[in-house]
Ligand binder design. Structure first.
Ligand SMILES: Nc1ncnc2c1ncn2[C@@H]1O[C@H](COP(=O)(O)OP(=O)(O)OP(=O)(O)O)[C@@H](O)[C@H]1O
Ligand SMILES: [Mg+2]
Ligand SMILES: [Zn+2]
Length: 506
């Protein structure tokens, strides 16, 4: 008997359908168990797991039969152990322990232990959405993945704990209820572990972060060790607008495909905050590997990518950031082709004012030479700096600020203003878009200057000897400041504030 089971494999963050065919043929000698169709190593190993799992589940194993398993289509590299369960089920069906007809319209995935217990898989949400699109009726997968997969409303999603449960479900010998999408987890209910109310003083820095959040501006913080740069950056994600359902699905797809924890209870509703170490590999940061996985830039999708000690990052990594900062995606090379991952995030860079960290501090002496200082700063190249609208100095707290016990504004209060400013931008652009993404032409159209504002900008251009790009960055930030104030006209006060966030010469 030949049986067919439907399953899927991940390529990047996309799920592709796979068909597993099993043929059982009378064996003349020692029975063989053969897997064909470009299996990778994990799939090869699944032969052994399947054999043990079937035996330990007290299911009948076809004796004196050669088992031929074909994974189709043959030109797709199948990845990972998630084909264990469908292979076992297809063998069971060919052997008559499960009705072959039950496998129609059903997609099955799951990694198995030797005892037949299931382990969660990567990319369940991508699999479920693909299955729905392909007209699959029912999805059977490990219980831990069911909440996430249930996002594909209209698909019957069954979470099972073991091979034997999957067999019982297909045989109809026990009753299972499909998992429903839990829409009662609205993004407004997201609780972050940190809050801006934890921060003392630093009003100037918090204001700059509010502007960054409102207009989607990248930001570079420069300050001595211990001034609170990490603490501040960590809180930026808490004032971004709540994720919409579509955004949450996209974030979950990336995190799930990368095998990240946190999505196992359903969708990711928090804005991501990623803080890769500067020693992390190119693949870990940008994405890659034999079967490419999203890197930190993509894990920060719709959230914040924090690069502490930014000049310490590898030059190739910093260069690779240009594409995501510009296009919101990152392209990863594979052997034959390329993969594209979403990577739309706010970049927060942090660095010391000089290699020793103490430049400009009254209480400690800087021991860096001018040459060292210039070399340190120049590690962040011009094209990258061009994409950073806000340059912020973060000084150490003064004693009276440290002692200040007045409660600071909390993140939800700031977030409400950010949301309002974003709504104004969406209205102006006619679609969800942020000021940081304005083209030079849009800047001319969307940042109208009155006489006073125009006079100020002329003064700035002459006195500060700034480039056209820096000029445009001031206008973008000025636009956001006016949006936060709820004003259509970008006025002198808005621009004067924006000028403070310009890039300072070294
Ligand atoms: N404004 C602040 N309010 C409350 N605590 C603060 C503040 N600034 C700094 N701290 C405390 O000081 C510690 C150091 O801050 P943080 O690690 O953010 O500094 P940093 O600027 O990132 O330093 P480094 O350059 O060494 O990375 C934190 O643990 C934080 O608790
Ligand atoms: Mg730090
Ligand atoms: Zn120094």
């Amino acid at each position: 008997m030949i049986s067919q089971a439907h399953s899927a494999t991940l390529v990047g963050i996309e799920a592709l359908p796979i068909v597993i065919e099993v043929d059982l043929v009378q064996a003349s000698g020692e029975p063989r168990f053969t897997l064909v169709g470009l299996p990778d190593k994990a799939v090869e190993e699944s032969r052994e797991r399947v054999k043990s799992a079937v035996r330990n589940s007290e299911l009948d194993w076809p004796r004196n039969r050669n088992i031929l398993v074909n994974l189709a289509p043959g030109d797709i590299r199948k990845e990972g152990p998630s084909l264990d369960l469908p292979i076992a089920i297809a063998i069971a069906a060919a052997h008559g322990s499960v009705p072959i007809s039950e496998l129609e319209g059903t997609m099955i995935l799951g990694e198995m232990g030797l005892d037949g217990k299931l382990r969660p898989i990567d990319g369940a949400v991508s699999v479920a959405l693909m299955a729905l699109e392909k007209g699959v009726r029912r999805l059977i997968l490990p219980k831990q993945n069911a909440a996430e997969a249930a996002v594909a409303v209209g698909l019957e999603v069954y979470g099972v704990e073991s091979l034997i449960e999957a067999v019982e479900l297909l045989n109809g010998s026990s009753l299972f209820t499909p998992t429903r999408f839990d829409a009662s987890a609205p993004s407004e209910a997201v609780r972050y572990e940190v809050d801006f109310s934890d921060v003392k003083g630093q009003r100037h820095a918090i204001r700059a972060l509010e502007i960054a959040a409102a207009g989607g501006h990248n930001i570079l913080m420069v300050g001595p060790p211990g001034s609170g740069k990490t603490m501040l950056a960590r809180r930026l994600s808490t004032i971004l607008p709540p994720l919409a359902l579509e955004e949450s699905i996209e974030v979950t797809r990336v995190h799930s495909a990368a095998g990240q924890k946190g999505h196992k209870t359903g969708l990711v509703w928090e804005r991501p905050f990623r803080s890769p170490h500067h020693s992390a590999s190119y693949a870990a940061l940008v994405g890659g590997g034999k079967n490419p996985k999203p890197g930190e830039v993509s894990l920060a999708h719709f959230g914040v990518l924090f690069m502490d000690e930014m000049p310490e990052f590898d030059r190739t990594v910093l260069e690779a950031l240009r594409q995501p900062l510009e296009d919101g995606v990152v392209t990863v090379a594979r052997v034959q082709n390329t993969l594209t991952f979403p990577a739309e995030c706010i970049l927060v860079g942090a660095m010391n004012p000089c290699p020793c960290g103490y430049r400009g501090l009254p209480e400690q002496k800087c021991v860096s030479t001018p040459t060292q200082c210039v070399r340190y700063a120049s590690k962040i190249s011009g094209p990258l700096l061009d994409r950073i609208d806000i340059h912020l100095e973060v000084p150490r707290l003064k004693p009276d600020e440290l002692l200040d016990m007045a409660p600071a504004e909390d993140s939800s209060t700031i977030r409400a203003r950010v949301v309002a400013a974003r709504e104004r931008q969406t209205k102006r652009f006619g679609q969800p878009r942020v000021n940081a993404k304005m083209s030079p032409r849009q800047i001319r159209e969307m940042v109208p200057l009155d006489a006073e504002g125009d006079a100020l900008m002329r003064q700035v251009a002459v006195r500060m000897n700034i480039s056209g790009r820096v000029f445009d960055r001031i206008l973008r930030v000025g636009r956001t400041i006016a949006d936060l104030a709820g004003e259509d006209q970008v006025r002198k006060v808005h621009l004067a504030e924006a000028v403070q966030y310009r890039e300072k010469p070294w």
